[in-house]
Design a protein around this ligand. Structure first.
Ligand code: SF4
Length: 620
């Protein structure tokens, strides 16, 4: 009999064309809950430091959570867990959309892909069972071409599809798995899928999700939904989407510009104005019934960057193709992010790597002989679409840039590493810790590297004064702190991380936490779903356990204190822009913040986890 609130697990051996259904263990579920929590438990146990991220021994785990589906506000998450081909460490990537809920309706919460198929395949999982479908005909096709072909072949418009593009087929270490215009974008999940010759995963299910106490569960969801609906940020997100944050971030010094030479540009308002007037078609929910609905349908009507209507235009993607590159042509940015999504490469890593390449070119580290004659220049929109295509297809200079900034800098040599802005090998996203120092600690210590999801709680706490309902559980009131102070930030980040990892553990969109959903809501909903008597304290302990397990994963890969550092440029006062003479911007004592964080975590000065801590968390 399956656990209340949960489904089952399916293991699919692609090499042997076999599958095995597995029941879930209650003790494990209570300790790790699901999503990236359960994913870290599985991958820590089943992989080791010798695992080649692109070898058949790596695993690709599609994990939902207790809050996926079930008409939950923001319940459209699926988490993909794997060893990252980009960083060599812990890899996870989330996508919204209806895939996660549809996967759960097949009766499975977790699907683990193992081995490598001898030929390209796509997998179909429905209530009727599992099918391995030949997919040679899909090779080289874009995301839209692949999904259209699969829908046509299956004669079913209602299936959910996650698939890779040419980027994943070509094993670009920052390639994506795409779902309804949304991306599981970071750390290279697409390359792991491509290395297994798995081009798409299709699901369709009709099974009801069973919970322990329907009434209690529904009442808890209604309560959370009410809170999210009345939060003023929900309406703002709905009206302007995430890209609407650009003017505010620019003026706060939270908009990395010209490969992080500055934290502001002063053009955010004009650029967003163009986007709102010319590119935006309408708002869009990635997951049916989302009360926030941050998604956008966008287009470029005409001109050399003409682009059809599509889901896209998020803050991070647009920032990576405007401010990162000093590109003032918003139509070009929309077009490039569309190309990235169609070709299946991560917009943030692609934009960050191109910015790095332009700076290398400017400083004579690479020249036209290496770029097929292309002059790499700041603010030149005409070179960008071509560079994106070259990266996805690994052609010419694109092959070097496809490796990401860290590996490309190692190959280029000289002082190229000075221009490689990353954490643990993951290219930095579009928020800047020179706007608030907690973000520096979250960037440095985030398990998968410098990503745009986990570290954001640092920024929202410092600059946005969001407390996530954590004051009763030990978080200092953000209203009492100064965003530029450094003391106290390491301690705050510990509890922020333990709490804000939970949406990715529970299969819930993190924006719900930004818009009023708290751990108290989570605890009530989980209690209704499982019949457990869940408390916020237990949830925080689970968050801490999972953060420590991901740290163990990285320690096993040889990630020491050096991998918890920030690039020098990110700590310095900006070279130009509004904050160039604001000394408080610079991070003066990152080491102090890091040690404060380690101490709050109960780790030693090198960031190792003592035995007593492991024992306390049940990780010994
Ligand atoms: S807030 Fe945005 S990303 Fe989150 S579920 Fe809603 S539409 Fe999707």
């Amino acid at each position: 009999m399956s656990l209340k609130g949960y489904g089952k697990q399916l293991r699919i051996d692609l090499g042997e064309k076999q599958s095995k259904e597995e029941q879930l263990d209650e003790g494990l579920m209570r300790n790790y809950l699901g999503g990236v929590g359960y994913g870290s438990r599985v991958l820590f146990s089943e992989l080791d430091e010798k695992t080649d991220p692109l070898g058949p021994e790596n695993k690709l785990l599609f994990a939902t959570g207790l809050l996926t589906g079930n008409n939950m506000p923001g319940g459209g998450s699926v988490e993909i867990c794997f060893k990252s081909p980009l960083t060599g460490g812990w890899g996870e990537s989330r996508s919204g959309g209806n895939f996660g809920p549809d996967l759960r309706k097949t009766g499975y919460d977790y699907v683990i892909f193992e081995g490598k198929s001898p030929e390209p395949v796509y997998i179909v999982l429905t209530d009727e069972g599992l099918e391995f479908k030949p997919a040679k005909n899909l090779l080289g096709k874009t995301i839209e071409e692949k999904t259209d072909a699969i829908r046509e072949e299956m004669k079913d418009g209602k299936i959910s599809i996650m698939c890779i593009g040419p980027g994943g087929e070509n094993l670009v270490p920052y390639s994506t798995i795409m779902c309804d215009g949304r991306a599981a974008g970071r750390c290279g999940a697409g390359a792991v899928m491509g290395s297994k010759n798995l081009l798409a995963f299709v699901v369709k299910g009709n099974q009801e999700l069973k919970v322990a106490d329907k009434e209690k569960f529904r009442a808890a969801i209604r309560k959370a939904m009410k809170e999210v609906r009345k939060n003023p940020d929900s309406a703002e997100f709905k009206k302007h989407g995430t890209t609407g944050d650009i003017p505010g971030c620019d003026s706060m010094g939270d908009w990395p510009t010209k490969n992080w030479q500055s934290n502001s540009w002063g053009k955010g308002e004009i650029l967003y104005g163009h986007f709102f007037e010319n590119n935006l078609v309408r708002p869009n929910d990635c997951y049916t019934g989302c009360p926030v609905g941050c998604g956008r349908i966008i287009k470029v009507e005409d001109g050399k960057f003409k682009t059809p209507e599509h889901e896209g235009g998020e803050y991070e993607s647009i920032s990576a193709f405007t401010a990162f590159l000093l590109n003032e042509d918003m139509d070009c940015a929309v077009h490039c992010t569309y190309l990235c999504n169609q070709l299946g490469i991560d917009t943030i890593s692609a934009g960050g790597t191109i910015a790095f390449a332009i700076e290398c070119f400017e400083n004579g580290l690479i020249d036209k002989n290496k770029t097929e004659g292309i002059e790499l220049k700041w603010g030149d929109p005409d070179i960008l679409p071509e560079l994106v295509k070259k990266i996805a297809n690994r052609e010419g200079i694109g092959d070097l840039l496809a490796k990401g900034v860290r590996r490309a800098a190692e190959i280029i040599g000289g002082n190229a590493m000075d221009y490689a802005i990353h954490g643990k090998g993951l290219e930095a996203p579009g928020h800047d810790p020179r706007s608030g120092k907690a973000l520096g600690v979250t960037y440095g210590t985030a398990s998968r590297g410098m990503c745009h999801i986990h570290p954001l709680e640092g920024m929202l706490y410092d600059s946005g004064k969001v407390d996530f309902g954590l004051k009763p559980y030990g978080l200092q009131d953000p209203e009492t702190i100064d965003r530029w102070d450094e003391k106290g930030k390491g301690k705050a980040v510990k509890i922020l991380q333990d709490a804000c990892i939970l949406p990715d553990v529970l299969g819930n969109c993190k924006f719900m936490m930004y818009c009023g959903m708290t751990l108290d809501h989570f605890a009530e909903i989980i209690s209704g779903a499982t019949g457990w008597d869940m408390t916020v304290e237990e949830l925080l302990k689970a968050g801490e356990r999972i953060a420590n397990l991901q740290k163990l994963f990285n320690l096993r890969e040889g990630f020491g204190i050096n991998e918890d550092q920030l690039p020098a440029r990110m700590r310095q006062v900006p070279v130009f822009g509004t904050y160039s003479s604001e000394e408080r911007c610079g991070i003066n004592d990152y080491e102090m913040m890091l040690q404060e964080y380690y101490e709050a975590r109960g780790w030693d000065e090198e960031g190792n986890i003592p035995k007593e801590k492991l024992k306390e968390l049940g990780l010994e």
